[in-house]
Design a protein around this ligand. Structure first.
Ligand code: ADP
Ligand code: MG
Length: 588
């Protein structure tokens, strides 16, 4: 149980504030995360790591000389938003460019990727190296699909040491890629973890069993096994990793035994002793091992073994000193404190002067968002349960956080002197959604709401064609950003039938309200049919079999929202204030 908090919604923020207070000699708080509080030599490559909170010492605990320059810190198990990553990277940049490195999760890839585009566009050269060490999450020939777990540490450590040594961005990137390629991990869980405020763990392991191949966000393991002895467990982990070793692996390895939250150090050491013997018996030389908590998953009972196969160059940087709140090695000269500029002045809001008619439409758009929130709140628990089957159980909470923030931002924009247009309402709402929700669905919903808003623009009235353009812009934003194909088992499997059905009905002469009713029915039907699919994208992919027979959470939430909007609009036949004749024989 995670039980020390006032309000579970503030858990990640307040924990980060306290962490900074306890480690001011190392880190300073910036909007979106933490950055080193000591001087960074001019021209040094900035290594910016990050991800969701709940994994300490990853990621904020690894910020300091010889390791990361800064960490973008998302909500519990949820990616930081693109804006947060961008602001943290700006604060970290010392003129040598930025390397973004993080575990391979869809939400993080979307948000860090958007931040990278923005940084590069501003002339801050930015690269990305994803960590993909978890051998349980995809076969070796699809190594780029693997998720990142405790192998984060080897990649960050070697990239950070290379940056500290003054290497240029090209070389730091090259070493990070090579380290990732030569790192393998496998984890086991004895019990699941519980998000602050939740009354049940994200998964449980049957008594007397362990789950092999778990994720670090409460994704359950790939398979359950009777609880082994320590010797059997050591043998299982070592043999599976050795069978997956990289080409020209060599004989020098770094083993990392990582506790995931509640396994005692004594138990980790006991296991480590056995692992080291097995590695030596296999003809390997163990170099500077680690044994302790390095990447955790709240109060998860579990552990993982990571192996990094060294070469001469990697060994030099693995052995180099580092000094961070949670990871210290060797000696480094003390660093002077640095002055951090305060948060940049908010970009002056560009003045928009909507006409009273446009502002009235803006208020209607805010009201529609209120409907979206109501339906998300009603189904929050159900969506969380669906996501816990093969994902990380946060879809309900994430949608709730996103839509709450979106509605608040929309209302604030509408309360501006003179009100706000539909475009302004929806862009403010979409930005807030993406920023607060984190996660894959937050990034997708946020950018889709923004895209719909930009398509609708600042107008005094809207036609049916405008509605069709908004539906298309919404759909395109999600497929362009998420790159999911039909059949991958994502929200796209409900969204494309929604769009098709809307455009067909509308093209056939139906009203906007009637077309929406038909489209929502098509989305609901298609969301139900995702139960037959195996997930090919997102966090549920490694657990494809468990997901069979259950619909995709993102498809279900989309269908619920589409249904609520159509039900809200159809009784009056009115959408965004353009009265339409009541539907004759709507094709629902
Ligand atoms: P996370 O996966 O980061 O925990 P959520 O749990 O909020 O985020 O959302 C999960 C949903 O996101 C999935 O059910 C799926 O519908 C959707 N999703 C995941 N990846 C993609 C993608 N690439 N394109 C479209 N939708 C996706
Ligand atoms: Mg999820």
């Amino acid at each position: 149980m995670t039980q020390i908090f006032d309000n579970p919604a503030d858990f990640a923020d307040e924990a980060l504030d306290g962490f900074v207070a306890a480690n001011r000699g190392y880190v300073a708080r910036v909007d979106g995360g933490v950055v080193r509080s000591t001087e960074v030599p001019a021209g040094q490559v900035a290594l910016v790591v990050g991800g969701g909170s709940g994994h300490y010492p990853a990621f904020a605990g690894l910020v300091g000389p010889g390791l990361a320059t800064a960490s973008a810190c998302g909500n519990m198990f949820a990616s930081p938003a693109a804006g947060q990553v961008y602001r943290v990277a700006k604060a970290a940049n010392a003129g040598g460019g930025v390397l973004l490195s993080y575990g391979n999760y869809a939400g993080d890839v979307l948000h860090f990727g958007q931040a990278q585009l923005r940084l590069n566009a501003e002339g801050i050269e930015t690269r990305t190296v994803l960590v993909t060490d978890d051998i349980a999450s995809a076969p070796l020939d699809q190594i780029e699909k693997r998720r990142g777990i405790a192998g984060d540490l080897t990649v960050f450590k070697i990239a950070g040491a290379a940056a500290e040594a003054g290497l240029k961005l090209d070389d730091v990137e090259r070493l990070a890629i090579r380290t990732n390629y030569r790192t393998r991990s496998l984890g086991v869980a004895f019990d699941g973890c519980t998000l602050p405020g939740a009354d049940a763990p994200l998964f449980t392991v049957p008594a007397g069993h362990m789950s092999l191949g778990l994720g670090i966000h409460g994704e359950p393991g790939i398979s359950d096994h009777p609880m082994p002895t320590a010797s059997e467990l050591a043998d299982l982990l070592v043999s599976k990793l050795l069978a997956d070793k990289p080409d020209d692996a060599g004989t020098r390895v770094v083993p990392i035994v990582n506790g995931l939250g509640t396994v005692k150090y004594d138990e980790l050491f006991l296991l480590y002793g056995k692992i080291e013997k097995l590695l030596t018996a296999a003809g390997l030389t163990v170099v500077e091992p680690e044994c302790g908590e390095l990447v955790t998953s709240l109060d998860m009972s579990g552990l993982s073994l990571t192996l990094l196969w060294l070469d001469e160059e990697l060994e030099q940087y693995w052995a180099a000193p580092a000094d961070t709140p949670a990871f210290r090695k060797g000696n480094l000269e003390p660093r002077a404190r640095r002055e951090l500029a305060g948060p940049e002045a908010e970009e002056a809001a560009d003045v928009e002067r909507p006409t009273p008619a446009a502002a009235a439409l803006g208020r209607l758009a805010a009201e529609l968002l209120g409907q979206v929130r109501d339906v998300v709140v009603e189904h929050e628990e159900e969506l969380g349960r669906l996501d816990a089957i093969a994902g990380d159980g946060d879809h309900g909470i994430g949608m709730r956080r996103g839509v709450d923030a979106a509605v608040a931002a929309a209302r604030q924009a509408a309360a501006n002197d003179g009100g706000a247009s539909v475009a302004r309402i929806l862009t403010a709402a979409g930005e807030a959604w993406s920023e607060r929700a984190g996660g894959t669905s937050g990034a997708l919903w946020g950018s889709a709401v923004i895209a719909a808003g930009l398509a609708l623009g600042n107008q005094d009235s809207y036609s049916g064609e405008d509605a069709a353009a908004a539906v298309t812009a919404f759909t395109d934003a999600i497929t362009a950003l998420g790159k999911a194909e039909p059949g991958d088992k994502t929200m796209v499997d409900a969204l494309l039938p929604f769009q098709d059905s809307f455009l067909t009905a509308f093209g056939g002469g139906a009203t906007v309200a009637g077309s929406l009713v038909a489209a929502a029915a098509a989305a609901t039907d298609a969301a139900g049919r995702t139960a037959e699919l195996r997930p090919l994208k997102g966090r549920a992919r490694p657990l494809a079999e468990k997901s069979l027979g259950h619909p995709d959470p993102g498809a279900v939430s989309f269908a619920l929202i589409a249904t609520r909007i159509s039900a809200h609009i159809s009784p009056t036949g009115t959408w965004l204030a353009n009265p339409e004749p009541a539907e004759q024989g709507a094709q629902a």
